[in-house]
Ligand binder design. Structure first.
Ligand SMILES: [Fe+2]
Length: 181
């Protein structure tokens, strides 16, 4: 998770200018500034935890899937918005509650508290990504749901296991849906 958080930062700063001259509502830019601030906070929460336990960021191996997806979608901000927040970060929402349960079992209440903050904020990130994707699709006159499914088919086929609990909707109405790939 710390690697995903650190990787999110350059992505956000690239999303902002890449859409400055696009037809995006002013809230879009405020939303992504909020995400940037929260990702920095999450990183500090986890790094502080590691340092309190005699370690630091980079001491443990971590997967690179979010960054790899960012590289694969670098040509199109709408494609990136569909696959990074709506799939990669949404996948994090699916797995974090199970991780929290295991840590509760191990009585690591300090890490549980930090992950609960991150999980709460990440729901908002997926909602913001969903909202941005819907606006981009609408601006291009594309059907958001079918475009999203095509993109998942193209970029994720074979690498996504089991039903994906999709976190769909706008900021004010995030809905958790089970969607079988
Ligand atoms: Fe995030």
């Amino acid at each position: 998770m710390p690697l995903h958080i650190l990787n999110s930062m350059p992505l956000i700063w690239r999303w902002m200018p890449s859409t400055v001259f696009g037809n995006m509502p002013i809230e879009y830019y405020g939303d992504w500034l909020k995400v940037a601030a929260e990702e920095a906070y999450h990183f500090s929460l986890l790094r502080d935890y590691l340092q309190q336990h005699g370690h630091d960021y980079g001491d443990f191996p971590a997967h690179q899937s979010l960054w790899e997806m960012a590289q694969r979608t670098a040509h199109d901000v709408m494609v990136r918005m569909a696959l990074v927040p709506r799939v990669m970060e949404a996948r994090g929402l699916d797995v974090t509650p199970g991780l929290i349960k295991k840590l509760q079992h191990a009585k690591d209440n300090e890490l549980v508290a930090r992950l609960e903050i991150i999980h709460r904020d990440e729901i908002g990130h997926v909602a913001i990504g969903s909202n941005g994707f819907a606006i981009f699709a609408s601006n291009a006159n594309w059907h958001a749901r079918s475009t999203f499914r095509q993109l998942v088919d193209e970029y994720m086929k074979g690498s996504l296991k089991g039903p994906l609990m999709m976190w769909c909707g706008c900021r004010r109405g995030l809905v958790k849906r089970s969607w079988r790939i």
